[in-house]
Each structure stands twice: as C-alpha cells, then as structure tokens.
Write a protein that binds this ligand. Structure first.
Ligand SMILES: [Zn+2]
Length: 376
C-alpha cells in the first residue's frame, strides 16, 4: 500500500523550505517567501508563526512592499538559535571555538595543556569546554554538539579513534568526553575538519584535493562539495604513499612517505616557521635553497595527485598562511615541466581559510548537519 504523506510531514517540509530560504536570503518578507517558493500566503504565515514561536526566526525591521506607502515585516534567522562548538586537540594545547548558524565565530580560546591519554586529561578538557560555553552565556539547549578534531583516523560515526599514532591514542572512545558533557560529541579527523571549513567558505568549490600542510601532512578528497569517505570511513591517506623507499622513517612505520618530505616538520624540524619565513623573505640564501628543494617535492606530490584524478589541488593547513603568489607560480611552473600531459588553468589554489580552519571545521560539522536536517 502506498504511504500517505501526513499533514505533519507537509508542515515540516514547508518549514524546512521557508527556513532555508530565509537563511540564504538573510532578510525577506512573507510575500517574497510565498513568491519564491510558490507557497500560499496562509501556508507561509503558518510556517513563520511556528518558527517565530520556536525562536528560529525573528522579525527584523521592515522592507518596502509592492503596495505604495506600506512596509512589509522582514524576517531573519536568529543566528544564535543554535550554535556549535569545535575543539582541536593537539599535542601541547587545546583550541576551542563556538560558531553561530552562519558559521561566524562567537568566541575562541587556546589553552596550553599537553595531551595525555588519561581520564584526568579528558575530564579537565571537558570542564574547560563547559566553562567556555558558560563564558559565552550559551544555554545548553542551543548547543548542537561538540566536534572534536584530533590527529588520528576516526571510524565512520566519529565515535572512536582507530589509528592515533601521533598522539598515541588508538582506540580512544568518544565516551571519554560524553560522560562529562551533556551534548552530542564526535571525533573528526583533523584534515577532514579543515576540508569542511574550506567547503563552507568557498561557494564555488566543487571537486578538489584539499591538502592540510601543517606540522603533519594530511588531506581530504572533496567531490560535489562533500568529503569522499571510503570503505573504512576515511577519505585519503595519500601522505603515506611512499615516494622514496630508502628515505626517512615515517611515524607510520614505513620509510620515505610523502609525510617525510612535504610536511612542515620535514621542512622545518622543530624550527619556528615565523623565523624561517622571515629569513627567507628577506633574502636568506640557505633558507632559499631549502625552500626551493621543498617546493620541488610539493610539486611532485601535487603532480602525482593530478595524475590520479585531474581536479584542483588546494594547499591549506598552517603552511598556507606563509605561501605567496610567487610560490604558487613556481609550483605551477614546476608541475607543468614535470607533467607530460597538458595541464590547463591554475589548478593549484591557496586555501581561503588558512587559520582556525580545523577548530572551525569541527564546529561546522554540526552546523552542516543541522542545516541539512532543520525542521525535520
Ligand atoms: Zn607514513
């Protein structure tokens, strides 16, 4: 027997459409909504009343209407109706952000607190998250969830770190946080968090390799504005492709992985990047030699990815903030010289969100989910 659509489902669908339209247009009248969505005025009025009562939208001034001398009430999303929190766990510090429904940062904090795979660490980080939320005067019911970005591979539902050699946290379960926090929590592999940020702030982005070039190398494959997730719940581990079998040891146990030649630690070791780039940009010749050799290795990596599937390569991560247009031109030229096939356009791009991208991406994980499901 064919399933009937219930009046409740129709109401939810209408509400979802109206919410999405107001969200996209920012400030609209009832008439605009009815016209754009081809819904009757009473249907729109009912959806607006319902959402206003729920606190999802608010009246925000007036707009000119078709009728001369009359103004129509304008509706906007209450951008703090729901918020999400992003946490980034690093070896020596923890970062926190909170973001509203438009992905705007409401607050940010960095806490120097070395990682330890111990209960006391997780309870103290949880306390700090609660204090951060409290400081921003955000009531619990507004919090969509806590995205926890971590340097480790996570399983498909974000409940467990399945490979965490960098922090020695393999097998870590999300319960270490959820037992202290009254919110949904999920782990997010850190390059995936960065890729989520890139998608969020690049409306034109469709398909690309996103490379997270920080102390460690990582990346995600973006296809049709979504991160491609494979059989085991991960995107890509291209950083562990061996390019120099006799090369330096990698933390994964192999030798000569791309991680060992193209990560920032491969370039700098424990050197301060600010110091290195200041010397490079003021004509340091030793720095120039190292930088050129490094860029040639990055060209090798980008060309390999391009040969695998010819889509844009976005250079992101901590390194992106130091890259200049002249570096990109050098890389593009080096790739064209390496690649025996025609390479069209500027397929090598710089990240549009080089800072706070991992922490924000962890928060955006929950915002994206909410916006997809809103009103349902
Ligand atoms: Zn490796």
């Amino acid at each position: 027997m064919a399933k009937r659509i219930t009046p409740g489902q129709i109401r939810r669908t209408n509400r979802q459409q109206v919410f999405q339209y107001i969200y996209d247009e920012k400030k609209v009248s009832q008439q605009d909504i009815a016209y754009a969505l081809q819904l009757s005025r009473p249907t729109v009025a009912a959806a607006l009343t319902e959402m206003e009562e729920m606190g999802m939208i608010l009246k925000s001034g007036y707009l000119d209407s078709d009728q001369i001398g009359r103004k129509a009430a304008a509706y906007s999303i209450d951008e703090t109706f729901r918020v999400a929190v992003g946490v980034e766990i690093m070896r020596s510090r923890v970062k926190f952000v909170a973001a509203d429904l438009y992905g705007r940062m409401l607050g940010r904090e960095i806490w120097d607190f070395p990682y330890a795979n111990e209960q006391v660490y997780f309870s103290q980080v949880s306390e700090k998250i609660l204090a951060f939320i409290h400081k921003l005067s955000l009531p619990d019911e507004k919090i969509l969830g806590i995205g926890i970005a971590i340097q480790g591979l996570v399983n498909a539902d974000g409940s467990e770190v399945v490979y965490g050699t960098i922090l020695d946290c393999t097998g870590l379960k999300i319960e270490v946080f959820t037992r202290h926090l009254p919110f949904p929590c999920t782990f997010v592999h850190d390059p995936d968090a960065a890729a989520i940020s890139e998608i969020w702030c690049s409306p034109e982005l469709k398909n690309a390799y996103y490379l997270s070039m920080s102390r460690h190398l990582g990346g995600s494959i973006i296809y049709n504005r979504r991160i491609v997730i494979g059989r085991d719940g991960r995107s890509t581990l291209f950083e562990h492709i061996v390019v120099r079998p006799e090369g330096k040891p990698c933390y994964c146990g192999k030798r000569g992985c791309l991680e060992t030649i193209c990560s920032m630690s491969a370039l700098l070791g424990d050197e301060d990047p600010d110091v290195f780039f200041a010397a490079l940009r003021t004509g340091g010749s030793a720095e120039k030699t190292r930088w050129t050799a490094y860029l040639m290795d990055v060209a090798l990596m980008a060309e390999s990815l391009y040969l695998l599937y010819d889509m844009d390569v976005i250079l992101g991560g901590h390194l992106a903030a130091y890259l200049r247009e002249e570096d990109l031109d050098f890389l593009r030229q080096a790739i064209r010289e390496r690649c025996p096939f025609p390479v069209t356009g500027d397929f090598l791009l710089l990240s549009k969100m080089p800072s706070h991208n991992i922490t924000m991406g962890a928060a955006l994980y929950f915002l994206q989910k909410y916006l997809r499901e809103v009103g349902t």
